[in-house]
Design a protein around this ligand. Structure first.
Ligand code: PGA
Length: 254
């Protein structure tokens, strides 16, 4: 049985008081209603992390992650936040390679490979994002595009290191657009990702790797998406900003 995971990506939303409020609501509702077998992660902005980790202390159903980390260990990198800093405040996960980081901040596969290394050195679990833009899908090149992203940023890892990585497939044309991939489009890409992992790490390791879907996932479509054999949960943007909607998604495994 693979892990089931739902992670909320808050992006650049919520002031600190609003973020603490949202985190408290998620923690309380998950405590009452959250299924025991689903790993729930919230990924607030950097400055919310330390107080939100404190709010989450004393319970283990909701875990805390960051949205990014530096490719460097430490030093003169103004404005950056290191994996060691995240670890020091009690963060357990970090999103790496979100398409917004790749698109708007020019992050390359090579940089992402380094960020994965920094995260693993600090025993953070990377949530590695991959996904194609619309024009690539229209050309029919989406499978190759996503497999190349995986090869370039993950295939230097050992099998033991890969075992700590969570993958999130997020087609760029579905992010924040309200246009979700169909259950069939998600399933066929997830199966392809798993087959690609198997070429490098073997079937057993590939079968154990959680692969989440992201892109306009919401309470009304999560159940259909999560019902697919290779879809192990979701990375949720917009709908994670509302505690009730987010927990409804957490409860969407059949
Ligand atoms: P969305 O974002 O759910 O708002 O489409 C998903 C993501 O970017 O992680």
């Amino acid at each position: 049985m693979r892990r089931k995971i739902v992670a909320g990506n808050w992006k650049m939303n919520k002031t600190l008081p609003e973020g603490k409020q949202l985190a408290s609501e998620v923690i309380n509702i998950v405590a009452d209603e959250g299924p025991a077998d689903v790993e729930v992660i919230i990924n607030p902005p950097f400055i919310h992390l330390a107080p939100v980790v404190q709010l989450a202390a004393g319970q283990d159903k909701v875990k805390i992650g960051a949205q990014n980390c530096s490719e460097y260990e430490a030093g003169a990198y103004t404005g950056e936040v290191s994996a060691a800093m995240l670890r020091s405040v009690g963060v357990d996960y970090v999103i790496i390679g979100h398409s917004e980081r790749r698109q708007y901040f020019g992050e390359t596969s090579e940089q992402l490979a380094k960020k994965i290394n920094r995260a693993l050195e600090q025993e953070l679990q990377p949530i590695f994002c991959c996904g194609e833009p619309l024009e690539v899908r229209e050309e029919g090149a989406h499978f190759d595009y996503v497999c190349t992203q995986l090869t370039e940023s993950l295939f230097h890892l050992t099998r033991e290191q890969l075992a700590r990585v969570i993958i999130a497939y997020e087609p760029i044309w579905a992010i924040g657009t309200g246009q979700t991939a169909s259950a069939q489009q998600a399933q066929e890409m997830h199966a392809r990702i798993r087959a690609h992992l198997a070429t490098q790490y073997g079937e057993e390791a590939a079968n154990k790797t959680p692969i989440l879907y992201g892109g306009s996932c919401k309470p009304s479509n999560a159940r259909e998406l999560f019902a697919n054999p290779d879809v192990d949960g979701g990375l949720i943007g917009g709908a994670s900003l509302n505690a009730r909607d987010f927990v409804e998604i957490v409860k969407s495994f059949s």
